[in-house]
Design a protein around this ligand. Sequence first.
Ligand code: PXG
Length: 304
Amino acid sequence: MVSWGIATTRILHMKIYIDGKYYSETTAKISVFDHGLLYGDGVFEGIRAYNNRVFKLDEHIDRLFDSAKAILLKIPLSKKQIMRAVSRTCWLNRVRNGYIRLVVTRGVGNLGLSPFNCKRPTVIIIAGKISLYPPKMYRRGLDLITVPTTRVSPAALNPAIKSLNYLNNVLAKIEAIHGGVLEAVMLNAQGYVAECTGDNIFTVHGGRIFTPPVSSGALCGVTRQIVIQLAREHLGVEVQESNMTRHDIFTADECFLTGTGAEIISAVKLDGRVIGTGKPGEITTQLIKAFRELTQQEGYPIAP
Ligand code: PXG
């Protein structure tokens, strides 16, 4: 059994934002009647800060509002107000390089499923630290397995919605860990590769880069978009979004995963097949370097 999960370092005397007020770790609480808890009814974002700035905040806030729109949840703050609140929460927690969890739940309602009894959505911002995989994995690359739990069909719950209903991904994560690895490839109902439990997936074949299209059941990852742009600008390579099978990964020269938590990490084995040389490849390494540089250069300033 692999015991490594997501490690979040909790800062002593944390200041956690709930609906415009700040609470300590012990006093930050929400109601048992909040539909975020009762039904997983809500949306969220995982965001990173680097070098005193919140990275790709616009993109995360846009996706949050798109997710909220799709579930008919009206966020009680403007995009600008949320961005300021995120920045201020980092400032108050002395987070200059770290991880931000932004959550908007349906709010307090009654024991019925209907969201229309919920008066006001709850907005929560936590600023701390994250390390998704052990540092060793970034040097040697991750082993993956394909898990039986498939990605939810877009007709059931569109995977483009970053909702609080992550049980699909949690079950896949459990299957990965039971299988002795830290991350899993999830297929869609048609048997094509969609993504991993919390990361998007890319392959490299003969210098060309591929990733499954969002329509295959992948989240439109912020890091995924950055990699598509970095490949174009730094490598002069257009990433091709096309249906991907396990066979495409078995026979790839390189494979890597992208996500806010994971950043960019090489994957070197899938279901017992060694991918490429079995070591992080040249293109992956170049993209990691370009990504690191970008994280140091831009973002929304952290300020009081
Ligand atoms: N697919 C899924 C299902 C995700 O949840 C990504 C892809 C990558 O998207 P971004 O926008 O982050 O590049 C995600 C994001 C965690 C954790 O707690 C998960 C994510 C991000 C940060 C932390 O495991 N998932």
